[in-house]
Design a protein around this ligand. Structure first.
Ligand code: PMT
Length: 409
């Protein structure tokens, strides 16, 4: 059995001939490749070339009487792990970004739940056009992967960015993409199984000002929350992150809104929650903030002891849960040092959660600022899944698997 099933989409540019080499390299890597071409692509390379190499019908037009499958765009789109477009013209990028489905390939894009990777190639001016860049930004936000074009001499004899990346690099990136998730089993998480979800995720720590110089905070780096955000976007979800103070960069494929204090985070979440179908509270939000932050630096004035009056911050997670719309899932985290599962389970009740991820922050390799974590996932219905030491990215996928299971009911 082939390792991965790839749908290779070829569109009408001079680099279309390089798709033949991509096909050969994918086949060498033990992939089962099916080819679809746009009508313009057939002006550059004959479908017969791909047909001879794949021993399969090459689909250009759903309505072609010679097409053996009457609903080809549905079947083709469901039987692949990755839709790879090489080369991608500005036209197909525009169609994908705007949901236009007026030919086989663009209909396939709309119909697929597979991951999508696009390798553009075009004249520099076309690539740099604001319209093209807008469409590229939109597709990235939609979870589409790009193998960016490179600089070099173009077919139009100009020099600039727009040249198709080396075919070896395209194939390497495509295999890395399916391989990364494929290690979990083709057809299991290799799909955009969160495509219809919009995640709103709080990430990182908050800073509560004492005065303009000092603050109360915690050790959260943002690694766990960003890992969940990246994994959800990779699996096709639209993702908005409200990030407090973090020590790592956010993933490229998500929208990020910055917040500093618990109050800021609360305001940002209220502004975004209307669009969310899943809320994940991964942030370590300060439970208390100074009741009256000083406007000027507080002087020591010989005092050995200083008392700070603290007031409770808004409990963002509880509030989201209390006001949730029908069908919205609410997921919390719990960072505990003792009776981890007991305290976490009580949070399910107190905060009205569907699921809580409990980490014992006293364990080596778990909790704050580590690349790994150890946790127990608890569900409202009494489910308990122990997750041993693993990378936060891997754990993010395990959490998302449970969210998918809850959604299926
Ligand atoms: O960021 P890293 O360095 O990768 O570390 C990861 C982590 C340890 C921060 C993360 O995995 C984690 O456990 N986050 C939650 C930490 C926490 O604040 O736990 P808590 O038990 O105090 O809060 C319970 C839940 O209520 C959390 O989902 C929290 O986001 C939420 N909460 C808490 C207080 C508040 N005012 N508003 C909230 O929304």
């Amino acid at each position: 059995m082939a390792k991965y099933r790839i749908g290779l989409g070829v569109t009408g540019g001079i680099a279309a001939y390089k798709a033949v080499e991509v096909l050969r390299l994918l086949q060498k890597a033990d992939c089962d490749v099916s080819v679809a071409m746009t009508r313009h692509a057939t002006e550059f390379v004959q479908p017969l070339t791909f047909r001879a190499l794949t021993d399969k019908h090459v689909i250009v037009d759903d309505y072609d009487p010679e097409n053996p499958d009457p609903i080809a765009h549905i079947n083709f789109s469901q039987e692949i792990d990755l839709l790879l477009i090489v080369p991608a013209t500005a036209n197909i990028i525009g169609k994908f970004a705007n949901g236009v489905a007026d030919d086989f390939l663009s209909s396939t894009y709309l119909a697929t739940t597979a991951m999508v990777m696009v390798a553009p190639a075009m004249n520099t001016t076309m690539w740099e056009q604001p319209a093209t860049q807008r469409n590229v930004t939109q597709l990235k936000a939609d979870g589409v992967y790009f193998v960016e074009p490179v600089a070099g001499e173009l077919a139009c004899k100009t020099v600039g960015t727009g040249k198709l990346e080396d075919v070896e690099n395209i194939v390497r990136q495509a295999l890395a993409l399916v391989g990364e998730l494929g290690s979990r089993g083709v057809g299991e998480t290799n799909t955009h199984d969160l495509r219809s979800e919009h995640f709103l995720i709080t990430v990182g720590g908050t800073r509560e000002a004492i005065d303009p110089v000092r603050f109360i905070s915690n050790h959260s780096s943002g690694k766990m929350g960003f890992a969940v955000a990246e994994a959800a976007a990779t699996r096709g979800a639209k993702v908005t992150v409200v990030a407090g103070v973090t020590t790592v960069e956010p993933p490229a494929n998500v929208n990020v809104i910055r917040a500093v204090s618990a109050e800021d985070m609360h305001t940002a979440v209220k502004g975004e929650i209307a669009n969310a179908t899943v809320f994940v509270g991964a942030a370590a939000v300060a439970d208390y903030a100074p009741a009256n932050a000083a406007d000027a630096k507080i002087k020591k004035d010989g005092r050995d002891v200083m008392t700070l009056e603290l007031k409770k911050t808004p409990d963002i997670l509880s509030e989201v849960s209390k006001n949730r719309r029908d069908g919205m899932l609410v997921v919390g985290f719990a960072a505990e040092t003792n009776d981890v599962v007991g305290y976490a389970r009580s949070k399910i009740e107190k905060k009205g959660l569907d699921l809580v991820v409990a980490n014992d922050i006293t364990k080596a390799g778990a909790g704050f600022n580590t690349d790994t974590n150890i946790a127990t996932i608890l569900t409202r219905s009494g489910g308990e899944i122990e997750l041993p030491l693993m990378s936060k990215r891997e754990m993010a996928d395990r959490i998302l698997d449970e969210i998918v299971r809850l959604r299926k009911g």
